[in-house]
Design a protein around this ligand. Structure first.
Ligand SMILES: Nc1ncnc2c1ncn2[C@@H]1O[C@H](COP(=O)(O)OP(=O)(O)O)[C@@H](O)[C@H]1O
Ligand SMILES: [Mg+2]
Length: 415
């Protein structure tokens, strides 16, 4: 067999995977039992060079297209899974051809929506999922990406300081244009509405939707939230010249939604009495980039904002506002952040990723302080959190499932 491996930085360990075996029959000991969404193709998680990859068996031309699309989306800084390689030219032991495989890096601590709904779902979790998906769709549309198969199954969710960040996982039907027409956007929204309603009804039939959550309303909510966001992101606004503060206000609102303004086009009308602004909105990630620059920590944007807030209050509490920001950040990292996450015993480390645990500890400390009516030292909050909260949380790094072949409508082990 002559394999054809297409990759930007090919990992030689790829050659050790059993490419002459249909993916559905790969031996159990190579596989990682992690939760997966519903899919058309066979998808398995395999161990590779100390990490985990997702392997999807799919026609070669589709695999190549999806590989390139994912690469382009990542270049544009959009949240999606990272493509590693396309493996083509596969044949089985008898020499019969097998479909190609698209290999992507497993997105750590990501959860398919079904896994979220099978945990004790807090009432507002569904709202947060809806929010995260609407933000993802708006971000994709801003750069001209038509998804073509918007659904909960094609999205992965990661916790981000109490909210969720949504990632695109399946780009098979996607198209990248310079920009999208309203018609293309509406088409994606229609697909979203139908798919999400179907997925929610499926959950309802299995008894996994919380009381009072209506599948149709939930799918409508994604659309409503998207439209609101889209207007906020793209609409031009006209003000009286004396209302310059409203420009500022618009920028603040965009920041609060997690977006930054790259350029602001301001034009005044002929008699100079009113002005029109058209913001060029760019990807959020502002806080995440600042935190990365200051501390080397690479985390979700909401988490970064949370960590930066704590860094700011550390700076204030130690009276070091005038000092070099990077030096203070380094002290905060070694004296506050690291000791906190290291206090988590190793058996509890698979529950949540470190920045999320740090965020929860800060929340817990605030909650304790509110109840006690005075400040609580960090050490005390850590002890209480590790004793009372974290042990009760499910493991999110690797939720064990069996990897039996299952009918396509049932996701492995979930719910
Ligand atoms: N890189 C990845 N990280 C985590 N999960 C993944 C990854 N790739 C695929 N999955 C899981 O596998 C499921 C199916 O993948 P998908 O690309 O949607 O296949 P299909 O094209 O057959 O629908 C996803 O819903 C997701 O749960
Ligand atoms: Mg899919």
């Amino acid at each position: 067999m002559s394999l054809d491996i297409f990759a930007a930085r090919p990992d030689p360990a790829l050659l050790d995977l059993p490419w002459s075996v249909p993916l559905a029959q790969w031996p159990e000991d190579l596989l990682a039992a992690l939760p997966r969404g519903i899919s058309r193709h066979v998808v398995r998680f395999a161990r590779l060079s100390g990490g985990i990859v997702a392997v999807k068996e799919i026609k070669e031309s589709l695999a190549r297209e999806e590989y390139h699309l994912l690469r382009n989306l990542r270049r544009l800084d959009l949240p999606c899974v990272e493509p590693i390689a396309v493996v083509a030219g596969r044949t089985d032991e008898e020499g019969a051809p097998l479909d190609a495989c698209l290999v992507t890096r497993h997105l750590q601590f990501s959860l398919p929506y079904r896994a979220l709904f099978s945990q004790q779902l807090r009432e507002d979790t569904a709202d947060r999922l809806v929010d995260a998906l609407a933000v993802l769709l708006a971000r994709l549309h801003l750069v001209g990406f038509f998804w073509g198969d918007v659904s909960l199954s094609n999205t992965l969710f990661r916790r981000s300081a109490g909210a969720f960040a949504a990632y695109l996982v399946d780009a098979e039907t996607g198209e990248l244009h310079d920009s999208l027409t309203d018609g293309q956007r509406e088409h994606d929204l229609d697909l979203a509405r139908v798919n999400i309603a179907g997925e929610m009804m499926d959950l309802a039939a299995g008894g996994y939707l919380p009381e009072g959550l209506d599948p149709i309303e939930a799918s409508q909510a994604v659309i409503g939230r998207y439209r609101h966001l889209w207007r906020e992101l793209t609409e031009d606004e006209t003000f009286e010249v004396g209302e310059r503060w409203r420009v500022d206000e618009r920028i603040r609102r965009l920041n609060a939604l997690g977006f930054d303004v790259d350029e602001l086009e301001i034009s005044t009308d002929l008699d100079g009495s009113s002005m029109r602004i058209q913001p060029k909105v760019v990807d959020a990630g502002h806080h995440a980039r600042r935190l990365l620059r200051l501390t080397g920590l690479d985390v979700e944007d909401n988490q970064a904002r949370r960590l930066l807030n704590d860094l700011d209050s550390y700076t204030a509490a130690t009276d070091r506002q005038g000092e070099d920001e990077e030096l203070v950040a380094n002290d905060w990292l070694t004296l506050v952040y690291r000791p906190t996450v290291r206090a988590v015993p190793s058996r509890l480390r698979r529950k949540l990723e470190p920045p999320e645990i740090f965020h929860e500890i800060l929340e817990h400390r605030w909650y304790m302080a509110e109840r006690a009516g005075h400040d609580i030292p960090l050490e005390e909050a850590i002890t209480a959190y590790l004793r009372d909260v974290l042990p009760g949380r499910p493991d999110e790094q690797a939720v064990l499932t069996t990897d039996e072949p299952v009918p396509p409508t049932v996701e492995d082990g979930y719910p």
